[in-house]
Design a binder for this molecule. Structure first.
Ligand SMILES: Cc1ncc(COP(=O)(O)O)c(C=O)c1O
Length: 405
């Protein structure tokens, strides 16, 4: 039986107060909190097991290597891919930069890179740099005035533009919309495009089966999935990874080095130059175990319960305008309050102990498409409760009446 209090007990930070109020943390789209098993694993590594990986013959180094590589296996099992197709990076941003760099040799002038207006800057700017290097052109799938993409128009864009690369998010960080990536990947593959999925917001919430999705690349960040900061993942189909040039060069990624020449390891080691975040990766394994310990049906049912309460309550506040797809959503609501600046609303909410995000959420093209400067974003995680939503709604009503005085 799903017990949210038992889950909350694993997150000590949730019982702290902020400005003398109980913390209500609704900024999970930015980063989630970490359960005790993750925190303890990182501590245990430095207390008992600290050593560098892949280099030593001594006990501690072999042990660190075994633990570090075991997490690659755990992740491979979670995503249903081969462990040699998984590269450790420092976050989704680095993963996307690595892919955009690695695909440089495949692009010709005027080739099209198709993204969407929902993308995080991390899934826009690396492609712009790739376009500058190669003469390729970036096009975007458009959103409507609520921030939703029109599926048939997106398919038509793929079929008409015949992009070389299609890179889209699984779920929007700004609005929470879940995109129909299964069919968009199918359409993109039908015209021979390389498909890249930004899973930063979907990894923990949707637990994608990458073998079924059949995308060429998928990226995510551990810190948005109950793991440590400074750890990211990159899935790439093995043949594509091995065709790509290395991203960073140095120790670990080489096969043989002379003064004038080097040959490189196979993937994934070819993309893991230097000493990685060993403790972070090992602790991330515990985050995946935490996610997997809650049956997916219970996870989604609880989140739906909390999210539906949030949406139905917000719809009763007449000054509030909601954005995004409220049906197919990972549990994020983005809104504005009539005649009020988002920062004023969020600052006063903070005095109630409520953590929300304001601004453009690294989604400036999306904000331009919606013709607004920013929103207030409340994003829920598995440990949030209906009672916290009640508190948030009470505080929001209070803040709005204060601002209207
Ligand atoms: C959809 C999406 N993509 C990419 C990123 C970048 O992630 P990171 O800052 O962990 O590299 C984020 C972070 O907010 C995101 O939400």
């Amino acid at each position: 039986m799903f017990d949210v209090n038992a889950i909350r007990a694993q997150f000590p930070i949730l019982s702290r107060t902020v400005h003398n109020n109980s913390l209500v943390y609704l900024d999970n789209g930015a980063t989630t909190h970490k359960p005790l098993n993750v925190i303890e694993k990182e501590r245990e590594f430095y207390l008992q097991n600290n050593a560098n990986v892949h280099r030593g013959t001594h006990f501690l180094s072999a042990n660190a290597t075994a633990q570090y590589e075991a997490v690659r296996e755990i992740l491979a099992d979670f995503l249903q891919v081969q462990s040699r197709e998984l590269v450790w990076t420092k976050g989704a941003t680095e993963s996307l930069n690595l892919i955009a760099h690695g695909l440089t040799p495949l692009l010709q002038p005027n080739d099209i890179i198709l993204i969407s207006e929902l993308e995080h800057h991390a899934n826009i700017v690396p492609w712009q740099q790739l376009a500058l290097r190669t003469g390729a052109v970036i096009k975007a799938i458009k959103v409507n005035r609520k921030g939703c993409i029109h599926y048939e128009r997106a398919v038509a864009q793929i079929q008409n533009l015949k992009p070389k690369i299609v890179s889209i998010c699984h779920a929007s960080n700004g609005l929470g919309n879940i995109l129909p990536i299964e069919s968009l990947i199918r359409e993109a593959k039908a015209i021979g495009a390389i498909t890249v999925i930004d899973g930063a917001q979907s990894f923990a919430q949707i637990r994608p089966n990458l073998r079924e999705l059949d995308c060429d690349f998928y990226v995510a960040s551990a810190h948005k999935a109950f793991g440590p900061t400074g750890v990211g993942l990159l899935f790439g189909k093995y043949e594509l990874l091995n065709e790509m040039p290395p991203y960073q060069c140095g120790g670990e990624m080489i096969d043989k080095v002379t003064i004038s020449h080097s040959s490189f390891n196979q993937a994934p080691s070819k993309f893991e130059a230097g000493t990685p975040n060993i403790a972070g990766v090992i602790a991330f394994g515990e985050a995946i175990k935490f996610i997997s310990s809650i049956p997916f049906e219970e996870w989604t049912a609880h989140k739906k319960d909390v999210f539906n309460t949030l949406i139905s309550e917000m719809q009763t506040i007449e000054q509030v305008e909601l954005y995004g797809d409220l049906n197919d959503n990972i549990g994020t609501v983005s809104f504005t309050v009539k005649n009020q600046h988002p920062i004023d609303v969020a600052t006063l909410l903070d005095h109630h102990g409520i953590a929300v995000r304001t601004g453009h959420h690294c989604n400036q093209p999306l904000m331009d498409a919606l013709a607004i400067s920013g929103t207030i974003r409340a994003s829920i995680a598995i440990y949030n409760t209906v009672e916290e939503i009640d508190h948030f709604i009470f505080a929001l009503r209070d803040v709005i009446s204060l601002l209207e005085e």
